[in-house]
Ligand binder design. Sequence first.
Ligand SMILES: *Cc1c(COP(=O)(O)O)cnc(C)c1O
Length: 418
Amino acid sequence: MADDLFNSFMNGPDEKGRFGIFGGRFVSETLMPLILSLEEEYNKAKDDPEFWAQMNDLWKHYVGRPSPLYLAERLTSDLGGAKVYMKRDELNHTGAHKVNNVLGQILLARRMGKTRIIAETGAGQHGVATATVCAKFGLKCVVYMGAHDVQRQAPNVFRMRLLGAEVIPVTSGRGTLKDAMNDALRDWVTNVRDTFYCIGTAAGPHPYPAMVRDFQSIIGKEVRWQLPEQEGEGRLPDTVIAAIGGGSNAMGLFYPFLDDPSVNIIGVEAGGKGVDEKMQHCASLTGGRPGVLHGNRTYLLQDEDGQIQDGFSISAGLDYPGIGPEHAWLHEAGRAKYVSVTDKEALEAFQVCCAAEGIIPALEPSHALAHVMKLAPTLPKDHIIVMNMCGRGDKDIFTVARHLGFDMSDTEGRDLDE
Ligand SMILES: *Cc1c(COP(=O)(O)O)cnc(C)c1O
């Protein structure tokens, strides 16, 4: 079952940080010592029960873990097939899974004596999570954000400032997430002594993809003991599904199940206006090809000349032009399947979830849910699907209102069915 390289899918990456031909460490000589000292500290922390005791305490009392595993009964009965469970990571402090990883990295930074934290952010969710944990520990926080995103995501910019972070608008390139990450890497090289770079997804040079995955794996680990509480001893999900931007919430759900061949694993990319439409999507695996970006080799959206393209999606959290290298590997090894869902389908799933379950989902997990809605009716009633509800939709209601033609400034409101 497993790839030739390893006798278990859970053994990746190798000592050079490679998942097959993906991943690795493509960084300048100036960055290398920083990456190596981070790796050394992470390897120590990983085997230190004291570190995990601290993590578990914060996950429980600050984040609110474990997040519930919830059987979506009305949705299940409406779809008429497989049983649909939602892993409720949208109930975490700050409203998404990002904080799981940020806590781990900030505890590492503290162990390393770093006092200044930098981060990149696109839609602002990772920036908000980082600013939050920095406030809690009294650390200086600097967030790089594309100038274009600063304008589009004003509420999150204000949140970060309230939390005491400095937000630096990035004007290089097109002023989006990719450019913010480049500037953060540049900052790191020039502020070697006191600075820790907290990356928000399972991408970047080794050890970030593996480290972020390990911190997010709490999601899948909880599912492993929560499902048997409801479905009987030893019961594993038959299918696990998650939305993919860079791929951290998906790796968090998938990783603990990689060596259980009975578990189908499905990642859902943002199909935007359709994967056939040139660069009107963010589906790096289904619509991109391998290249090197931000220190690792993976699938990327690029033009004929290898220029990285900005993708497009209704969901700001999914528009990273690459995908974590472990997903590229699982894709090529055939262990996980990757599909895409369009903006239109995600918007529909968003509304179904509100009406059938009383849960306003973020637009990112609405993509995963849209695929669940296609799949569940084709499966028998004893098939169990677990989808990751990785974020709540409060941040997205203005976008959704605009797409549905609902005027938020009209206090009388207007009937959505009109
Ligand atoms: C940031 C974000 C994502 C995308 O990031 P991944 O690393 O792919 O998980 C997805 N959903 C939500 C709610 C997010 O905030």
